[in-house]
Design a protein around this ligand. Structure first.
Ligand SMILES: [Mn+2]
Length: 358
């Protein structure tokens, strides 16, 4: 198994690639969307994005797709510091809001997504992580929830406030949208939208040599902001895989989100999906509790026995990347980096024992 670090857009620097390598990473998962752009309350850029009902901030430029040149330049910087570009995490809502919403620009945006996938392949990046969600990562709270009063993120009840027009995936893609709210979709409509997306994009992904990796819902509740969710129980991942048998149809397997689900258990889910060889990469994080009142925890201090998970992955010959995803913020001058270094050190020690038999 390979150790990686996920970095937000503004963190894609030579210094952070070096930090990752120092903490034993060989791989980087890069977020290319700036979640913190013009956000009202999502202003702490040295933490995972959070924010109120106005979302994280403004989506990017709908007419500016990532270019091969910019992807190659980021990859070259990573390689110069001794780490590989393992995956991009998340599309820009500006590029696919109508794929999620079934809006008028859907066909155009599906073509744009295909173009992006071809470019990702040309740049030699093997995985594109995505989160097929209308409301996105929303309704989370922040507080001193983790060990030693470390600031972490959690959920403290449901949120059924409707989604305003111009918003998707918890970001604003059209600040000039007319007043009003996004009509609620049905669960069946959302699955049909996913099917349309997979059927359109997977053939291109196969040609481009890029694996599409689906994140489960964060938080995993059946509805959020009056919109349906997709993968909010472990078994729904199978439904996603069964929609399209392509070898490029795979999972961004988030242990935290799976443990937050009300049904099943994280070990059975890890066994089921790793045995099928369907894990593109793993979000290696821990949590206490389940929706709607869970709290994110330090990697060694939550409900999940992370060592047990690693042993299942090892048994099923998982050889991909694990990234810490989120950690609580640690009390020091570099709260995010310290949290990540702690999680990475834990992971490195665990893998030395499990994989190298020390
Ligand atoms: Mn995750």
């Amino acid at each position: 198994m390979k150790i990686g670090l996920g970095l937000y857009r503004h963190m894609l620097t030579r210094e952070n690639f070096r930090f990752a390598r120092q903490a034993s990473c060989t791989h980087i998962v890069a977020h290319l969307v700036d979640y913190f752009r013009q956000g009202h309350d999502n202003t702490d850029r040295e933490n995972q994005p959070t924010g109120g009902r106005q979302g994280w901030g403004r989506a990017g430029d709908p007419d500016k797709l990532w270019t091969v040149e910019e992807l190659v330049a980021i990859k070259a910087d990573m390689n110069a510091e001794g780490v590989e570009f393992a995956a991009i995490e998340n599309f820009d809502p500006a590029h696919w809001h109508d794929v999620l919403l079934d809006g008028p620009k859907k066909m155009l945006q599906l073509e744009n997504i295909k173009t992006l996938i071809r470019r990702v392949g040309q740049a030699g990046i093997p995985v594109m992580g995505y989160n097929f969600s209308i409301a996105g990562v929303a309704a989370r709270v922040k507080g001193p929830f983790a060990r030693g009063h470390a600031e972490s993120v959690g959920m403290d009840g449901e949120d059924d406030t409707p989604l305003p027009n111009g918003m998707a995936w918890n970001m604003v893609y059209d600040p000039h949208a007319p007043p009003g709210v996004v009509p609620s979709a049905t669960q069946a409509q959302l699955w049909q939208r996913l099917r349309d997306f997979l059927d359109a994009v997977l053939p291109v992904a196969e040609e481009a040599g890029v694996t599409l990796a689906a994140h489960p819902d964060d938080p995993p509740v059946p509805t959020l902001r009056r919109q349906p969710r997709l993968v909010y129980q472990p078994s729904l991942y199978q439904k996603l895989l069964d929609l399209n048998p392509s070898p490029r149809n795979a999972l961004e397997f988030c242990l935290g989100s799976i443990a937050e689900m009300t049904e099943g258990d994280v070990y059975a889910a890890t066994e089921r999906y790793s045995a099928q060889g369907k894990l593109a990469y793993v979000h290696f994080r821990n949590v206490r509790g389940k929706v709607p009142t869970y709290k994110e925890a330090f990697v060694d201090d939550g409900d999940i026995d992370m060592i047990r998970v690693l042993r299942i992955l090892k048994k099923n010959n998982y050889d991909g990347v694990l990234v810490p995803d989120h950690t609580p913020q640690m009390s020091c001058a570099a709260p995010w980096h310290a949290g990540m270094a702690y999680a990475l050190g834990y992971l490195r020690a665990a893998l030395q024992i499990i994989e190298e038999g020390r």
